[in-house]
Design a protein around this ligand. Sequence first.
Ligand SMILES: Nc1nc2c(c(=O)[nH]1)N[C@H]1C(S)=C(S)[C@@H](COP(=O)(O)O)O[C@H]1N2
Ligand SMILES: [Mo]
Length: 546
Amino acid sequence: MGSRSRTEVRSNPAASRFRMRTVRINRTALTRNTLAALSGLLAGFAALTVAELVSAAVRPQASPVTAVGGAAIDRTPTGVKDWAIRTFGENDKIVLQLGIVATLALLAVAVGLLALRHRRTGSAAVLVFGAVGTAAAVSRPDSTGFTDGLPSLVGAVAGAILLYVLVGRLTRARTAAGQEEESGWDRRGFLIAATAAAAASTAAGAVGRALNGRSAQDAVASRDAVRLPAPASPAKPVPAGAQPRVRGISPFTTPNDDFYRVDTALVIPKVDANTWRLRIHGKGVRRDLEFGYQDLLNRPLIQREITLCCVSNEVGGPYIGHARWIGVRLADLLKEAGVKPPSRGGEADQIIARSVDGMTLGTPVEDVMDGRDAMLAVGMNGEPLPFVHGFPVRMLVPGLYGYVSACKWIEDIELTTFDSYDAYWVKRDWAREAPIKTQSRIDTPKPFGRPEAGTVMVAGVAWAQHRGIEKVEIRVDDGPWRPAQLADQATVDTWRQWTYPWKATPGSHTLTVRATDGTGETQTEKRTKTVPDGASGWHSVVVSVD
Ligand SMILES: Nc1nc2c(c(=O)[nH]1)N[C@H]1C(S)=C(S)[C@@H](COP(=O)(O)O)O[C@H]1N2
Ligand SMILES: [Mo]
C-alpha cells in the first residue's frame, strides 16, 4: 500500500524546526505511553484468557475473576451487600463483575506505564496480581486444593512474559546516552508481537470458554433426562378462590422464570445429577446416610405449596415468591439417620447445610422435625429445579427465611449445635434464627399511580408462613382500619392474596396495609431494617386520584 511514502509527508512550513522537534518528541512520548498502556491491557487480557483456558482443565470456578469476585462478595460488609441486593437486585453480580473488569483494566494500564519505566518491575507487578488471584482461588470455601490456583498462576506468568516482550519493543531505541530517539523504537516488532498476542489470547479465551461450557453440558443433559415421579403425597389443590381476578395483583403461583433469585454464586453451579451425592452426618447421627439423585426420586415424594421469602426483602419489596415444590420429607431422612430433635433429647440443635459452592446455612433441627413440611426439593412448579434455584436438590423449610433454610445445590447435611458453628450469613451479622415476619404488600395501585375517582381495586399479598394470615386491613390516609377481603388461603405455609374496593375521591391519598397472622398477632408498625432478622413495618403507597 505504499505506506512508507505516506508517512514521509511532513509539510508544515509555518512551524520552526525547533517546534517541530519538540512536538514530535512529545508526540512520540505520548505514543509510547499509549502503547505501554495498551501493552498492559494486552498482558491483562492474555492473563485472563490463559487463566480461562487453564480453568477448563481445573474447574470453571477457579478462574480468577470468579475467584476474586467470590472473595470480594464474602468480604463485602453486610450493609453494602444488602444495599447491592436492594439496588441492583438480580443484576448485582453483573455490576460486580463489570466493576472487577474495570478495576483490572485500570490496573493493567498502570502496570503498562510502570513497565515502560521499569520493565522488570512491571512484569513483577503482574505476578503480584497473579498471586492475589491464586490465593483467592485456593482459599475459596469450595476450592478443591492447590490446583485451583493454577489458572491465576499460569495466566499471570503468561501476562508477565508478554508485558516484558511488548515493552521491550518500546524501549529498545535508547541511544548510549540514554536519550530517546524518535524513530528508534521497534514499531514493526511491537505491532507484530501485539497482534499475535491479541490473536492468541482471543483464541485461548474462546477455547477456554467453550471447554468450560462443555463441562456444564453433562449437567444440562442430566437435568433434561429427569422425569419427576408422581408424588406419594400430593399437595392439597389450591382453591380457585385463592387467586382474585384483579389486574396488577401478584399471581398466586410465581412462574419459575419470574421467581426471585438471591445467592452469592457468580457462576451458577451446574451440577450433574448423575454424580451428585448428599451426605447426612454429625452429632447425634446413629447411621451416616448417603444418597444419589435417583435414590431420592425412588423415595416417597411429597408435593407442597410453599412461599419462600428473603430476609433482605424490604417492606414492600420483591424478594418473595410462591411455588409448588416436590421433594423428600427431610424429617424422614433425619429419623432414618437416628437423629432426635432437641425437645426429645437430641444432641444437635442445628443443621448445617452445605452447597457445592461452599455456602453454609444453619437451620434449627427442632423446626425441621416439628411436623412441618421441610423438604429436600427436587421439583419446582412441575419441572426439575431450574439451575438458578438449586438443581439438582435444595432444602426448604416453611416459615423460615431463605438464608436459614433454603440451601440450593446442597451436597452435605451436618448435625451440630448453634454454640459450636456459625453459618455464612451469621458470621456476617445476620441472626442465627430467623422465622419469617408477618408482612403485607400493596401490589396495585402502584406508588404514585393516578387512578380515576370511583371504585379502585386495591390488592396485594400478605404472608406469615407457617402461621397463616387471618386478617388484612387497609387504611386510607388517617382514616380507620377497614378489613380487606381475603382470598382463600391455600395453606398456612403460603401467602394470601387480598382485595379492597376503595371509593377513591380526587386528590392525593396514602394507602396503608397491615396483616394479622394465624396466632392473632398484628404486624407491627415499627420500621426495622432488614439486618439482622428481617424488615418490619407497614407498607404504604401514595397515589394521586384524578
Ligand atoms: N447455595 C446457596 N443457597 C442459598 C443461597 C446462597 O447464596 N447459596 N441464598 C439463600 C437465600 S439468602 C435465599 S433468600 C434463597 C433464595 O432462593 P431462590 O434464589 O431460589 O429464590 O436461597 C438461599 N439458598
Ligand atoms: Mo435471602
